[in-house]
Design a protein around this ligand. Structure first.
Ligand code: DGT
Ligand code: CA
Ligand code: ZN
Length: 651
């Protein structure tokens, strides 16, 4: 249900197909919003409550909603009175909203509605801020907070003033871009729905989602279909579920706002690492995600244009510019409509000119016409892919099926949810050959870091399991490690007697406040000292960034990676983590290529805190591909024997 997310609310448009003109979800959302708007206007609490109750009743209805309305049984439901019932019935059967609702939506100042997207700021308090201080939008609210005017209001205080400021920041970040995992969830859901529409011949997700950027501004989809079917397809798209609003609609371009009702199942984020959740806004963030929206542009083109439109809207803009120049050098014009010999078109433009386009069955043909091998979307950033293509030196990118295991995973010995046994079972279900267990170390108290005894005990259990599997002819094994906090001067947790019992150590910074308050050289020095520690095997979430949450600490990551490269050259194994959690994706893909260049193995680590978390290696693999990594560059594509040998290459 869309209860905020920071946008402006509009009453949904009726479905073009007819009765029921609105879905259960649309009605439930609208009732809730009417309730909120009434509260914002200071209406009688009994009246507002009846809308909230009605919304709840309808959203939890197990019967087919349309049928209940059509058969006139709506008013039999608990909490649906006569007024509400006839309003809803009229909307569902006639496609028209009650006049007082329409007026409420039209006359409530947009700025106040946008303010509802700020976590913990409900309609009653917004009304108060409006009446007492004349605040009508977020900008005025922020100024008021910064001037310290809010803390003096009755019912508010210094603390709530700060919370409002934090909420405004969160809302701004949230509205700007969405994480890759969220973008792909929405994008794939919409792609699936459109692909089921009759007469759709081709559909593909384009834009940054297809290029697997770590965050997505908006979704771009390209649909291929015969021109005579465009209108029908366009109408079908507009009546799909999950559309919160339509920003623009034609036969060839549709701009939509999607909300979580596009998902068949309840939207849920799974078990998050507490530290990550805090950085991103805590429970407020979870609530925003559940009520969030994302923009989507859908373009419908004839099948012959499809490859060109897809390539154009896949981007990046920088890659497109290079491709267009390549075309010009060959007397051709490349755009979203085609690849057109300039000599033929005079001053014809757009679709007119496109009839002279050279033919392409797919994107590969376009690249071939421009004397290049196919370049996969992940690489299209103009960061050397064109040059590599010219020399036939494009990398053979890693794929998810070459992953044989993963090394950064937590059990319930620290802050994970699952037991060691459950994690091992799940890894085998994924067909992995091994799993590394690295619970938090002793000094990370907030994540229930393991003391030396418990850690050694975990090691004994792991040895027993490994032995049992071996005896049974099962070649799966566990590696025993720890995610050690990085202490003063690059020191690790535990003394050497404990560390030498482990197969490996993931060394990570968690004291973000401290590291954020130091300068780049100090942080770099400490990280290098950590790497030079005999027991450090790999560096965990190297910069500590949380996507949409916080920047990493200042550090010269190039210097750190270079040091690791030198050590590898000297036969000492040091790897760097690509944390595969979609909240982190750290090492950044732009640095993966540098690690590869320096000969530093990259470990795609899910940082799993529950069974589902293991599957995050998928996002890590996307980013590894984006960072030019091949199978041989990635540690967890190696066999367990190879891994054991590498881990033993200490000083
Ligand atoms: P986003 O949405 O900010 O995450 O990033 P993109 O890459 O999806 O960018 P978007 O949505 O603005 O446009 C989709 C693609 O369309 C973009 O990757 C390349 C293409 N495109 C958009 N504007 C231009 C332009 O001015 N010139 C060229 N050559 N291509 C453009
Ligand atoms: Ca986009
Ligand atoms: Zn960690």
């Amino acid at each position: 249900m869309n209860m905020g997310g920071g946008g402006v609310w509009k009453l949904p448009r009726p479905r073009a197909k007819g009765i029921p003109f609105f879905s259960r979800n649309q009605i439930a959302t609208t009732l809730h919003q009417v309730g909120v708007l009434l509260e914002l206007r200071g209406a009688n609490p009994f009246r507002t409550r009846s809308y909230f109750n009605g919304s709840r009743t309808i959203s939890t209805l197990t019967e087919d909603f349309g049928e209940v309305v059509i058969s006139g049984r709506l008013m039999d439901l608990k909490g649906i009175g006569k007024g509400l019932g006839s309003g809803i019935t009229n909307a569902v059967l006639e496609g028209e909203w009650p006049e007082d609702w329409v007026e409420l939506f039209e006359t409530t100042p947009a700025g106040l509605i946008v303010m509802l997207g700020i976590p913990n700021l409900g309609p009653k308090r917004i009304k108060l801020l409006n009446e007492e201080l004349g605040i009508t939008n977020i900008i005025e609210l922020q100024e008021s907070c910064e001037a310290g005017e809010i803390e003096d209001l009755s019912g508010f205080g210094k603390k709530s003033q700060q919370k409002i400021l934090d909420g405004i920041q969160l809302l701004k970040r949230f509205n700007a871009r969405r994480r890759l995992d969220i973008g792909l969830l929405y994008g794939n859901a919409l792609k699936e729905l459109i692909s089921n529409i009759p007469k759709v011949e081709q559909i593909e997700l384009a834009g940054s989602a297809r290029r697997k950027k770590e965050s997505i501004g908006d979704l771009d989809l390209v649909v291929g279909a015969k021109p005579e079917d465009h209108e029908e397809i366009s109408n079908s798209i507009l009546s799909l579920p999950g559309i919160a609003d339509i920003k623009g609609a034609g036969d060839s371009k549709i701009s939509l706002i999607l909300d979580t009702s596009i998902f068949e199942n309840e939207f849920n984020l799974g078990n998050l690492d507490g530290g990550v959740l805090d950085a991103i806004g805590g429970e407020d963030y979870e609530k925003m995600e559940a009520t969030g929206t994302i923009d989507a542009q859908v373009r419908i083109v004839p099948p012959n244009m499809f490859p060109f439109t897809l390539a154009y809207f896949t981007g990046s803009k920088e890659h497109n510019i290079r491709m267009r120049q390549r075309a010009l050098d060959r007397g051709l014009k490349l755009n979203e409509f085609g690849l057109i010999p300039i000599a033929k078109i005079d001053d014809l433009k757009g679709i007119e000119a496109a009839q002279y386009s050279v033919k392409a069955d797919n994107e590969e043909d376009i690249y071939k016409k421009l004397d290049l091998p196919y370049i996969v979307p992940e690489l299209r950033e103009d960061l050397g892919e064109i040059e590599a293509g010219e020399e036939n030196k494009l990398p053979e990118l890693i794929t998810i099926d070459s992953i044989k295991g993963a090394f950064h995973n937590h059990t319930n010995l620290s802050d994970g949810e699952a037991t060691l046994e459950q994690m091992a079972d799940e890894a085998q279900r994924l067909n992995w050959k091994y799993l590394g267990i690295s619970d938090h170390s002793e000094s990370l108290k907030i994540a229930n870091g393991a003391n030396a005894n418990d850690l050694l005990n975990q090691g004994d259990i792991i040895k027993k399991y490994n032995l049992t599997w071996k005896e049974k002819g099962n070649d799966f094994r566990l590696f025993h490690g720890v995610e050690s906090d990085i202490l003063e001067n690059g020191k690790l947790d535990y003394n050497d007697d404990v560390l030498k019992e482990l197969d490996y150590v993931v060394a990570s910074v968690h004291a973000m406040t401290k590291w954020n308050n130091r300068d780049e050289s100090e942080n770099t020095e400490d990280l290098i000292k950590t790497i030079e520690n005999k027991y450090t095997t790999m560096l965990g979430h190297p910069t500590g960034r949380i996507i949409q949450g916080r920047n990493g600490y200042e550090v010269d990551m190039h210097a750190v990676i270079r040091t690791m490269g030198e050590m590898n050259e000297n036969g000492i194994f040091k790897a760097i983590e690509l944390n595969a959690s979609p909240y982190r994706l750290d090492l950044d893909w732009r640095l993966c290529k540098f690690a590869k260049m320096c000969g530093v193995p990259v470990s795609i680590n899910p940082d799993a805190h529950d069974l589902m978390g293991l599957r995050d290696v998928r996002f890590g693999t996307y980013i590894a591909r984006k960072g030019w990594l091949e199978k041989s560059d990635v540690l967890n594509t190696k066999s367990s024997e190879e891994v054991a040998t590498l881990f033993s290459k200490r000083m």
